[in-house]
Design a protein around this ligand. Structure first.
Ligand code: CP
Ligand code: NVA
Length: 313
């Protein structure tokens, strides 16, 4: 079994921003290695006897399956903790939940609304806490995305990623991810839907180290022109269902369709974190077309999450 470095043992995985460029690259390399082991049918039971608790306050297909199957493949066990069933859903505090889970588990993954809840959980739990998505960030997604880009493009330096749409949790984590690996990122969002200014500032500071160019523009065509990677996500995220109809009007020009994609490089790949609203932010033609690698991207969540767990737990 490939020997893993133990520098990251015990660390929380809450934001890509919390890790050095070297650490992010090591997580990506580990993901690629673990993927090879799994494809080769070679056991890689780094987490034998360990248990991960998974708290999901929002729905999930990919994240849940990737963590649960990933834990099994690593020789450990994963527990799905729905707020419908655990006392957190009846008002037990995050602090008390953390103090209890800390006594029984080896790691906690949480998907929730408020980012502060994840920080609170991590404050009181001594075991690693992994952020499985908040309203602010989606860091495990972006580890899988970066793995996918590396597989298809072989590098990050000199590439241009265009993110079209809402300056949401995925866009925020892409800012941090691109800054760390030295990939250029242009985000095109309608007015009022740009990424948060403080996230952009922190990512720009990280980017000084790697030379990544990060910018936010209004015009989707400007962002996509000569891009190597075109990325989009839903216009209304989980928790914004009531705004969905209004947002559709504001995002009409931000659909990734054949016309917009034709402005990108001929060999550009298309990413979407999924789930997609087909016919809204992305057309069937693009999503099912030859440039789309969205299902490679979804698969890579498994390998990426295994790397994160194997390194921090
Ligand atoms: N991309 C992503 O996180 O998918 P799920 O919501 O299905 O986990
Ligand atoms: N931005 C989306 C991502 C889903 C994986 C959401 O938060 O709903």
């Amino acid at each position: 079994m490939l020997k893993l470095k133990d520098d990251l043992k015990g660390r929380d995985f809450i934001s890509i921003h919390d890790f050095s460029a070297g650490e992010i690259n090591y997580i990506l390399e580990t993901g690629a290695e673990i993927k090879k082991l799994q494809k080769g049918g070679i056991p890689h039971t780094y987490l034998q006897g360990k248990t991960l608790g998974m708290i999901f306050q929002k729905a999930s297909t990919r994240t849940r399956v990737a963590f649960e199957v990933g834990m099994y493949q690593l020789g450990g066990h994963a527990l799905f903790l729905s707020p419908r069933d655990i006392q957190l859903g009846r008002g037990e505090t995050i602090k008390d939940t953390a103090l209890v889970l800390d006594r029984m588990l080896d790691g906690i993954m949480i998907r929730t609304f408020s980012h502060d809840e994840v920080l609170e959980l991590a404050k009181w739990a001594s075991i690693p806490v992994i952020n499985g998505l908040t309203d602010l960030l989606h860091p495990t997604q972006v580890v899988g995305d970066l793995m996918t880009i590396k597989e298809h493009k072989g590098r990050f330096e000199g590439l241009k990623l265009a993110f079209i749409g809402d300056g949401n949790n995925v866009a925020h984590s892409l800012l941090f991810g691109c800054a760390k690996v030295g990939m250029n990122l242009v985000i095109a969002s309608p007015g009022g839907f740009e990424p948060a200014a403080d996230i952009l500032q922190r990512a720009l500071a990280d980017a000084e180290e790697t030379g990544a160019e990060l910018s936010v523009v209004r015009d989707p065509a400007e962002a996509v022109r000569d891009a190597d990677v075109v990325y989009t996500d839903v216009w209304a995220s989980m928790g914004q269902e009531e705004e969905a109809e209004e947002r559709e009007k504001q995002f009409l020009e931000y659909q990734v369709n054949t016309k917009l994609l034709s402005l990108a490089r001929k060999d550009a790949i298309v990413l979407h974190c999924l789930p997609a609203k087909r016919g809204k932010e992305i057309t069937d033609e693009v999503m099912d077309g030859p440039q789309s690698v969205v299902f490679d991207e979804a698969e890579n969540r498994l390998h990426a999450h295994k790397a994160i767990m194997a390194l921090v737990m």
